[in-house]
Design a protein around this ligand. Structure first.
Ligand code: GCV
Length: 703
C-alpha cells in the first residue's frame, strides 16, 4: 500500500514537472505552446492560393507551425475554402477568394494589414488581408500573437499600420565577431564562414524581427572598419541580405569616413575632393550591383576618434551630403549620427549634439537622416530627451536607443527599457504644446543586445527589450506596460503575466535609484562601464570623468546647466520648468542644477537625505523582485526560473555595491552623517576604489 502510494506520488511529480520542461530561451516569444481548449480559436485551414509568393511563404509557414502547435491538430495550406473556420490570407491579387469579400484596405500603407471575421459562402472565416505582401506577413504574426497571449480576436475589422518607416536594429558588431557593449556572446554574423555558409540562426533572427515589425538591420559597428566595404565582404553581406529579405528586412552597413584612404588608396577623404566623391559613387554602385535593395549607411564621424569631415575643415553636412549623393540615385539613405564630441573639452558635453547640428538644419540632402540618441549625453539610466528632437525643423531625425544595457547593469540586471523609451517618446517638445518627441521622428533605431548566446540576449528578461524596440517602433503610443504584458504572456505564459509585468515595470527605476538618483549621471567605472566610479577624475579629457558630470564637493552636488547655457537649447516652456530647482522635478534636479547638500526637496527631505533614501530603495526594490520571482518557482520551467533567480542575486549584490560605494564617496566629500535608520556602507571608500575588473565584457575595439 505504502509502495503504491509512493509510486503514485512519483508519477504525479513526473507529470507535473513534464509540463514545465526546461527551456533555454532560444524560441524567444515565439514559443507556440499548446493552448488550453478554452483559449483555442478554431482555425481549420490556411487558404493561400499563392503559397510561395515573397513574404506569403514566410507567413504561411509560420502560421502553419504556430497554429498546429497551439491548437494540437494539423492545419493545412490549401488554395480554396473547404472548411468552416478557414483562415484566408493574402492580398486581393494573390488570393482571389478575397475579392468576394468586402475588403477595405484604407488608409493605404504598404506595410499595413487588416483582420476581420467574415462569412464566406456560408462558412465562418478569418481574413488577414493587406495591400502589399509585407502586410500579410505582419498580419500573420499579429494573429499568432493574439492567440499565444490568450487575447480574443477582434469581432470587427482591425487595422494596423506602422507609425514609422524605419524600424531598425543597429548591431555594434565587429568583423572579428566581438560585439562592442555586447553581453550576449559573439556576433551572430559569422563573417569568416560567409558567404558560403549562412547559419540557420539568421533565419530565426529574421522571424523574430519580422514578428515585431523590425524592417532593417545595420550589421556592423558604428566604430567602423572599412574592410566591410571590400568586394569579398560585400558578397558576405549579400548572403545575409538574401536571408533576411524574405522577412521584409533590409540590410545596412556602417561606413568609415576614411574608407577612400584605407580601401581606395587615396591620399585624402576630404568630402569636397572630386576623387573622393567618385570613390564613394563607385563603391555604392558596386554594393547595389550585388544587393539591389541595400538600405544605406550609418556614419559615426568626428566622434570618439572616428574620422570625419571636420578633419578636412568641412562640416557634418558636407560629409553627409557626399555619401548621401552617392546613395540617392539607388534609393539608399544615410543615417548620420549626432552623437559627436570633438577634441576640445566642451563647457557641457550634453550641449554638443545640438550645438553642432542645429545650425546645419536644412543643409542636408533629402536622403540624410540625423540619428539622435534619446538623451543628450549617452544612454544613461535617466536623461531628459535630447533638445534636437523638435529643434530640427527641416531635417528628418531618427531616435537611437540602446537595447544592450551598457549603463544599466549589462545582461545580469533586470531592467526593462520600455518605460525609459516611453518617457522619451512621450515627452512634449514644447512642454505645453501638442507635439511630442514621437511626432518628430521618422524612425527608431535600437543598438542591438543580440549575440550568439543560446537565449540571444544574455538573459531571458533582456529579450523583453528587443521585443519592446520593435513594438514601440511600430506604434510608439502603445505604452510600455501593454508591450510588457504581451511579451510576458508569450514568453512565460498568461498565468504569470501579472507578476512578471510588475517586475518589468519597476525595474528601470530601481536601476536609476541604485546607480544615480535625482538626475545624477555618468558615474560608472572607466572603459567597461561596469560598476560605480563616481570618484574617477584622471581620464584623458575632462568630460570623460564622472567628477565632470556630478561636480560634487563639500558644499553641494549637480551640474549647473543654467550657467552652462544648455537649458536654452530647449523650448521656452521647458526653460520655465527646468530653470529653477524649485520647479524641476526631483528626478532631474541634479541634471540641471548644482544645489547645496542641505537643499530641501518637496518631500521635506534634504538632497542628501533623499539621495541616501533612493539609493537604499533601489536595492530594496531588487530584493522585492527576488521575492516576487521566488513565488513563481512552480509556474515557470526550472531552467529559466533558476537562471533568473541567480541573475537577480547578482543584481542585488551589485545594486548594494553601487549604493554603498556611492554613499561612501559622497560622504568623503560632504562629511555628513547618514540619516537615521540607514545602514552604513559595508566597506570603506578605499575598498571600492581598489576593485578592478579588467575583463568585464563589452569593452572591445574595432576588429
Ligand atoms: C560605439 C558610448 C559607448 C561606445 C559607443 C559610443 C557611440 O561612448 O561607450 O562604446 O561606441 O557610445 O554611441 O558611438
Amino acid at each position: 500500500m505504502v509502495f503504491l502510494r509512493r509510486l503514485l506520488m512519483l508519477m504525479l511529480t513526473v507529470a507535473a514537472s513534464s509540463s514545465l520542461l526546461a527551456e533555454d530561451g532560444y524560441e524567444l516569444w515565439m514559443r507556440y505552446r499548446l493552448l488550453p481548449k478554452s483559449k483555442q480559436v478554431p482555425v481549420s485551414q490556411i487558404v493561400c492560393p499563392m503559397p510561395t509568393a515573397r513574404h506569403i511563404k514566410q507567413a504561411q509557414t509560420e502560421l502553419k507551425m504556430g497554429l498546429e502547435a497551439m491548437l494540437g491538430h494539423s492545419v493545412n495550406v490549401v488554395d480554396k475554402v473547404t472548411k468552416e473556420n478557414a483562415l484566408l490570407i493574402g492580398t486581393p491579387l494573390t488570393n482571389e477568394w478575397l475579392n468576394e469579400l468586402d475588403v477595405d484596405l484604407r488608409p493605404f500603407n504598404e506595410e499595413a494589414f487588416v483582420y476581420f471575421p467574415a462569412v464566406f459562402r456560408g462558412k465562418k472565416v478569418h481574413v488577414i488581408v493587406a495591400q502589399e505582401l509585407e502586410g500579410v506577413m505582419y498580419g500573420s504574426f499579429w494573429f499568432l500573437r493574439q492567440l499565444q497571449s490568450g487575447k480574443p480576436l477582434p469581432k470587427k475589422r482591425y487595422y494596423s499600420a506602422p507609425r514609422y518607416k524605419l524600424r531598425l536594429l543597429n548591431h555594434w558588431d565587429n568583423l572579428n565577431r566581438s560585439v562592442e557593449r555586447g553581453y550576449a556572446g559573439q556576433s551572430i554574423w559569422d563573417w569568416h564562414k560567409l558567404p558560403e555558409y549562412v547559419d540557420p540562426r539568421i533565419t530565426d533572427y529574421a522571424r523574430a524581427n519580422a514578428s515585431i515589425g523590425i524592417n532593417g538591420t545595420v550589421l556592423t559597428n558604428v566604430n567602423a572598419n572599412a574592410m566591410v566595404l571590400r568586394a569579398d565582404y560585400i558578397l558576405k553581406t549579400k548572403a545575409i541580405a538574401d536571408t533576411l529579405r524574405p522577412y521584409g528586412i533590409k540590410v545596412y552597413l556602417t561606413a568609415r569616413f576614411s574608407a577612400p584612404i584605407e580601401l581606395g588608396g587615396l591620399k585624402t577623404a576630404d568630402p569636397l575632393d572630386p576623387q573622393v566623391r567618385q570613390w564613394w559613387k563607385e563603391k555604392v554602385a558596386e554594393i547595389y550591383g550585388e544587393i539591389n535593395d541595400f538600405g544605406g549607411f550609418v556614419v559615426k564621424a568626428n566622434s570618439e576618434g572616428q574620422p570625419g569631415p571636420q578633419n578636412y575643415g568641412r562640416s557634418h553636412a558636407d560629409g553627409a551630403n557626399m555619401i548621401a549623393e552617392a546613395l540617392e540615385h539607388h534609393g539608399g539613405i544615410l543615417m548620420w549620427r549626432a552623437f559627436v564630441y570633438d577634441d576640445k573639452t566642451p563647457v557641457d558635453r550634453a550641449a554638443q549634439a545640438y550645438s553642432e547640428f542645429k545650425p546645419l538644419d536644412g543643409k542636408f540632402l533629402p536622403n540624410v537622416i540625423v540619428q539622435v540618441k534619446n538623451g543628450p549625453i549617452d544612454f544613461q539610466p535617466r536623461e531628459p530627451f535630447s533638445p534636437l528632437f523638435g529643434a530640427l525643423q527641416q531635417t528628418p531625425s531618427l531616435m537611437e536607443v540602446q537595447v544592450t544595457k551598457e549603463y544599466l547593469g549589462f545582461a545580469t540586471h533586470l531592467a526593462y527599457l520600455g518605460t525609459m523609451w516611453q518617457e522619451a517618446l512621450a515627452s512634449p517638445t514644447r512642454r505645453l504644446g501638442k507635439q511630442k518627441v514621437l511626432d518628430t521622428l521618422t524612425g527608431i533605431a535600437g543598438v542591438s543586445n543580440i549575440g550568439s548566446d543560446r537565449n540571444w540576449c544574455g538573459s531571458h528578461f533582456d529579450q523583453a527589450n528587443w521585443y519592446a524596440l520593435g513594438r514601440l517602433a511600430w506604434d510608439p503610443t502603445l505604452g510600455a506596460e501593454r508591450v510588457a504584458d504581451e511579451w510576458a504572456r508569450m514568453t512565460f505564459g498568461p498565468a504569470v503575466a501579472k507578476p512578471v509585468v510588475s517586475m518589468l515595470m519597476r525595474s528601470r527605476e530601481a536601476v536609476v535609484n541604485y546607480t544615480g538618483p535625482l538626475g545624477l549621471t555618468h558615474l560608472m567605472a572607466t572603459g567597461h562601464h561596469y560598476g560605480p566610479g563616481p570618484w574617477v577624475n584622471n581620464l584623458g579629457r575632462a568630460d570623460w570623468n564622472p567628477v565632470y558630470f556630478h561636480r560634487a564637493d563639500k558644499d553641494g552636488i549637480g551640474f549647473d546647466r543654467m550657467s552652462a547655457g544648455t537649458l536654452k537649447q530647449y523650448a521656452p516652456g521647458w526653460q520655465e520648468i527646468w530653470g529653477k530647482p524649485s520647479t524641476t522635478p526631483d528626478n532631474l534636479l541634479l541634471w540641471f542644477h548644482h544645489v547645496p547638500w542641505t537643499h530641501r526637496l518637496g518631500s521635506g527631505k534634504t538632497v542628501w537625505e533623499e539621495l541616501v533614501s533612493r539609493y537604499t530603495s533601489g536595492v530594496s526594490e531588487v530584493a522585492s523582485m527576488q521575492d516576487e520571482w521566488a513565488k513563481l518557482k512552480n509556474k515557470i520551467d526550472p531552467a529559466r526560473h533558476s537562471q533568473v533567480t541567480e541573475f537577480l542575486k547578482i543584481q542585488h549584490k551589485e545594486a548594494k555595491w553601487w549604493r554603498d560605494a556611492s554613499i561612501a564617496y559622497w560622504q568623503s566629500l560632504n562629511g555628513l552623517p547618514l540619516p537615521n535608520g540607514f545602514a552604513p556602507p559595508e566597506h570603506s571608500l578605499e575598498f571600492y576604489k581598489y576593485l578592478s575588473h579588467p575583463y568585464a565584457p563589452g569593452n572591445t575595439h574595432t576588429g
